[in-house]
Design a protein around this ligand. Structure first.
Ligand code: PEP
Ligand code: MN
Length: 357
């Protein structure tokens, strides 16, 4: 999944229910040229038994028909080796690992083994619980199996209080997973975060502000009678309205937000630097007092030489320009000598305690 400046839009029903429902939804979606990929759940992981658990294999036939008719690449969720085998047999283009599967390393490993030697994009949803290492672990397992075309889907987390969401977005995880998995495209699934249609716009826009590479939004030709996730699915026209309401200018949004983030980082670092300089200056003062009490010279060439060598070595190690660090050390040193001189002079001119009496 290549990242691009235009967000990749994945849409389609939560679950495949009938050939008609699939085809009508897909026909509606292709009217909006911004939809790139058609999704459908074929095997549904349900919290309680007895709920609709997906149509299984026959849904793959409908999906193949959708692809033939609309030309849209197709994506399905896989949770075990058999799902992988059947999805590949029917020519599904993209697979995704669901939140309830990412949570289980045994299941992810089973998928990784089934995918060994297969060249197909795989998207990994975050685990239901907010454990970023588990998310990363799933990505690594697939990568070790030779899957290189990987992507991540942020679909929110189950937390003690998800209100008003179905799954809490914990937006900070976007930055965290980005730095842990640099270069891996990151999608957002506003449908499973929001859980309700009226929140989709806010959630989608926030995700776009954070620079996600794409959105996965559930759609259904008649959402109210959907067999799963009825309250969060939109009609194809509803999707078009939603997309029209969003500022999709991805690059512009991402760079504006990034600049804002970077500037606040610089602000914080500058504040840290100033606080550290204050602490350093205070320590210099105490050194001055010690030197005065012990009649030592302020400038001690041996110590200064060692200090510079040590700091330059560190600067080289971490990749800070040597002449830059030497200039800063010079300025710090001048200031430190100044502080110590003040201590000495104050001592020389202050009246003796007895005189104050
Ligand atoms: C889905 O995409 O329909 C789905 C089941 O999602 P999740 O794994 O995020 O719950
Ligand atoms: Mn769903």
């Amino acid at each position: 999944m290549k990242s691009s400046t235009i967000p990749t839009l994945i849409s389609g029903p939560c679950s495949a229910e009938s050939e008609e429902q699939m085809l009508q939804t897909a026909r509606g979606l292709i009217n909006d040229h911004r939809v790139h990929i058609f999704r459908a759940g074929i095997w549904k992981p349900r919290t309680r038994p007895g709920l609709f658990e997906g149509v299984g294999r026959v849904g793959l036939e409908w999906l193949r028909t959708v692809k033939q008719e609309t030309g849209l690449p197709t994506a399905v969720e896989v949770a075990n080796a058999q799902h992988v085998e059947e999805a590949l047999e029917y020519g599904v283009d993209i697979l995704w690992v669901g939140a309830r599967t990412t949570v289980n390393p045994f299941s992810v490993q089973e998928l990784a083994d089934a995918l060994t030697g297969v060249d197909i994009p795989v998207l990994v949803k975050n685990p239901v619980n907010p454990d970023i290492q588990l998310w990363l672990g799933a990505l690594e397992r697939l990568n070790r199996a030779g899957i290189t075309d990987l992507g991540l889907i942020h679909r929110g987390f189950s937390t003690p209080n998800n209100k008003p969401y179905r799954n809490h977005p914990k937006w900070e995880t976007i930055q965290q997973i980005r730095s842990l998995a640099p270069g891996i495209p990151l999608f957002c699934d506003p449908s499973h975060i929001a859980g309700r249609r009226d929140l989709l716009e806010t959630v989608s826009q926030q995700a776009l502000h954070l620079g996600v590479d794409g959105l996965m939004i559930e759609s259904h030709i008649n959402p109210d009678v959907a067999l799963s996730d009825a309250s969060q699915q939109v009609t194809p026209d509803g999707l078009t309205n939603l997309l029209n309401a969003l500022d999709l200018d991805h690059e512009h949004i991402a760079s504006a937000e990034q600049l804002k983030d970077l500037r606040s980082l610089i602000d914080r670092l500058d504040h840290d630097l100033i606080n550290l300089l204050f602490l350093r200056s205070d320590v210099s003062k105490r050194i001055g007092e010690y030197k005065r009490a012990n009649a030592l010279d302020i400038f001690q060439a041996g110590r200064w030489k060692e200090l510079v060598e040590d700091r330059v070595r560190l600067a080289n190690e971490v990749g800070v320009d040597e002449s830059f660090i030497r200039a800063i050390l010079d300025a710090i040193h001048q200031h430190s000598i100044g502080v110590q001189n003040e201590v000495m002079n104050a001592a020389a001119t202050s009246p003796k305690k007895e005189a104050v009496k």
